[in-house]
Design a protein around this ligand. Structure first.
Ligand SMILES: [Cu+2]
Length: 511
């Protein structure tokens, strides 16, 4: 294992969200502590050696988050967030996508290499209320922590805020050989990091909290648990962190500056484990870490902080010694040569608030902004033109691929960016070079993952073209989706207000 222990967050401090005018600091709750909810594993409808069948149902419910009234929430197969969905590499997956919500939604598989735009579940794949759609795909990528979330532009942010986000875990034989904790719920847990503001009667109010730079709340919510603690019953615990917040960056560290080891990034296991005391995640990023509690006695507590606010406690109980050393090398990463003479893509993320754009345009659902040939390996240079003074980190995400981060302004990427990623935080004034290839043809979106920025138009799409099998796609448009939203809400389309719309209106741009 790398001997060095890193003690900084790497990102540019002047660009941290804490410097935003609209920053909402986290506040330690004064409500009683709650045992961390570990999402149940979704039970397959049927499972064979080669095929797994699931029903994923988006539904509205109520969740006891604070003492007193329950909070109205949305979730997948449960009232908030979702049951965790397990895929095994090599298997065919068959999923019924059932929408029991009062309005249309889509089911986006964030980080999954599947054909676009319908299986991928972006804005072109709406499932209307009461409908069930069916998708099939083969899992062809390595073990990783991915996630499922809603993506119906321009209402992605509000639906995710309502709770539509579920962990997805891919398993494979390579991962199974490594000495990692993997007893789900005991020493291997998803940790979905979110924040909310509770209004009257413990309810959320998206419109009241709206901020075009991303909605925030003062209360940390981990796996849908406020003021949470986890019972540590093994020496080593594997945490699958997911920044599932609309806007918040998490700067994580433990009490006593306890060292933890990152073993996986967004798209799978890192080539080498990396030791840290501090870790920053931007929206939609994942990091799997192993925390070793060997120096703690039963009865002691370790606290996880974001900046200087405690967000989760680990209560240490008796455990058996488990002094397993991780190997220096974990997995081989496929790093294909870039296709000679292939074009270099130049992508510019600009603006803040309502002014956000991608390549000087706001998202057009029927416009193809870029193309890449299936089988090609191409460089994508992604630039954030914000100023360091007052600018922000924009987390850049691409659908349908796991890419490699090649450089940041010509320098080495961060030490935990040597594995597969689908989301990368780009600092103001920085150009991040990515090496990108696709396993399937289709139309795929790429965007900032501050969710209000994508709804506000900081988004574009590419077509991955297979010259041997040219295809045409039926692409959605904003008007059709907004007409449907208005009908579902029983109002005229002129009276419909969805968060992202204001960003187009203020810039006098058509959706
Ligand atoms: Cu952004």
């Amino acid at each position: 294992m790398t001997k060095k222990t890193y003690t900084d967050y790497f990102f540019d401090e002047p660009a941290y969200n804490t410097h935003d005018g609209g920053y909402v600091p986290l506040v330690e709750p004064d409500t009683p502590e709650n045992k961390l909810v570990v999402p149940e594993l979704l039970k397959p409808d049927k499972d064979t050696a080669t095929d797994t069948y699931y029903t994923v149902e988006a539904l509205a419910g109520e969740t006891q988050l604070l003492p007193g009234a329950k909070t109205k929430t949305w979730g997948y197969n449960t009232s908030l967030l979702g049951k965790a969905i397990l895929f095994e590499k090599g298997k065919m997956i068959h999923i019924d996508l059932k929408n029991s919500l009062p309005e249309l939604t889509t089911f986006h598989w964030h980080g999954l290499n599947v054909p676009g735009p319908y299986v991928d579940g972006g804005c072109h794949a709406p499932v209307y209320p009461g409908e069930t759609k069916h998708i099939d795909f083969k899992v062809i990528q390595p073990a990783a922590t991915l996630w499922l979330h809603a993506h119906p532009c321009p209402s992605t942010a509000e639906q995710v805020w309502h709770g539509l986000a579920a962990p997805v875990i891919v398993k494979d034989v390579e991962e199974a050989k490594l000495p990692f904790p993997r007893n789900y719920g005991v020493d291997d847990i998803p940790v979905v990091l979110q924040d909310r503001k509770f209004h009257e009667d413990n309810q959320w109010d998206y419109n009241a909290d709206y901020d075009p730079d991303g909605v925030q709340g003062p209360t940390a919510m981990i796996n849908g648990t406020v003021n949470s603690y986890f019972d540590v019953t093994t020496q080593r615990v594997r945490l699958r962190f997911l920044d599932g917040a609309n806007r918040r960056e998490w700067r994580l560290h433990f009490s006593d500056d306890l060292v933890f080891t990152q073993i996986a990034s967004d798209g799978g296991i890192l080539p080498e484990p990396v030791k840290f005391t501090h870790l920053m995640l931007t929206c939609a990023e994942r990091a799997e870490v192993i925390v070793d509690f060997k120096d703690y006695k039963p009865g002691s507590e370790v606290t996880l902080y974001s900046d200087d606010v405690p967000i989760m406690k680990f209560k240490v109980h008796e455990f058996k010694p488990d002094n397993v050393e991780l190997p220096d090398h974990l997995v081989d990463i496929n790093n294909p040569e870039a296709t000679p003479d292939a074009p270099i893509h130049h992508i510019v993320m600009s603006g803040m608030d309502e002014e956000v754009m991608m390549d000087d345009k706001k998202f057009g659902m029927q416009r193809i902004d870029s193309t890449q040939q299936l089988g090609n390996v191409e460089y994508w240079d992604v630039t954030n033109t914000n100023d360091m003074e007052g600018g922000m980190v924009h987390p850049y995400h691409m659908h349908g691929t796991q890419f490699l981060v090649i450089s940041r302004n010509g320098h080495e990427p961060y030490p935990n960016e040597h594995g597969y990623k689908d989301t990368v935080g780009v600092n103001p004034g920085e150009t991040v070079r990515l090496k990108v290839w696709f396993d399937y043809a289709g139309v795929f979106m790429y965007h900032c993952h501050i969710i209000e920025h994508e709804d506000g138009g900081m988004m574009a799409q590419l077509e991955v073209i297979d010259p041997e099998h040219p295809q045409t796609y039926k692409l959605m448009d904003h008007h059709t989706l907004m007409k449907a939203f208005a009908e579902e809400r029983g109002i005229k389309v002129e009276d419909l207000h969805l968060a992202g719309m204001t960003s187009y209106e203020k810039m006098n741009m058509d959706m």
